[in-house]
Design a protein around this ligand. Sequence first.
Ligand code: C5P
Length: 227
Amino acid sequence: MNYEVVLPAAGSGTRMGAGKNKLFLELQGTTILVHTLHVFEQDPKCTGIWLAVKDSEREQIEQLIQEAGITKVKGLPTGGAERQHSVRSCLVKMEPTDLVMVHDAARPFILQETIDKLAAVAFEKGAAIAGVRVKDTMKIVRDGIIQETVDRERLWSIQTPQAFRYDLLKEASDVADKVGFLGTDEAMLVENIGHHVHIVESSYENVKMTTKEDLVFGEAILTSRQA
Ligand code: C5P
């Protein structure tokens, strides 16, 4: 199942506190962005890479792409204020295709087997997203006081990639754009138009580089993979 991938890369990484886009931070000498790009460059089923970028960072990103020998990039449109807008900037530029995957550029450790499962389920059912079961006990808290302990069996922590038939995601994005619906992931837009979204069990290694501690975890993952 061939697919094109959209990598939103236009965030500011405030929670990382690095004073620059966290995607330019390095893990074992390679930027987080290039680690992620390599995954899709190496997957023969990926036929195109789209990157939503900030205008001010386009040149730097183009240089990284060139130096890393990444050949599949089809476009680097300007991202938006919210991640959802950044994803849409790519969707409106691409030619219609069968499958599209949206993947945070800040998740460099996605496993090929997860990508393969997502592509298969999305091709058959229309929409499939990666996630892992929560490990901790989960509680709803208000004003510092526990309101409720939530049944952990039904809770998943959602990651990317999120894979969709192109037509379905484009329709969901068009509707969200028209009515001003804002979601924290693409699945929410698809749920919003009443379509089922399927979950594919992913890996705890597929962590998003968000805060400083994640970088320590990231270095450890790379080391364990080289062992
Ligand atoms: O901030 P967060 O880690 O949730 O962002 C997830 C991904 O979305 C990152 O790769 C980031 O660069 C991207 N993003 C974007 N446009 C935004 C916000 C985030 O492309 N406005």
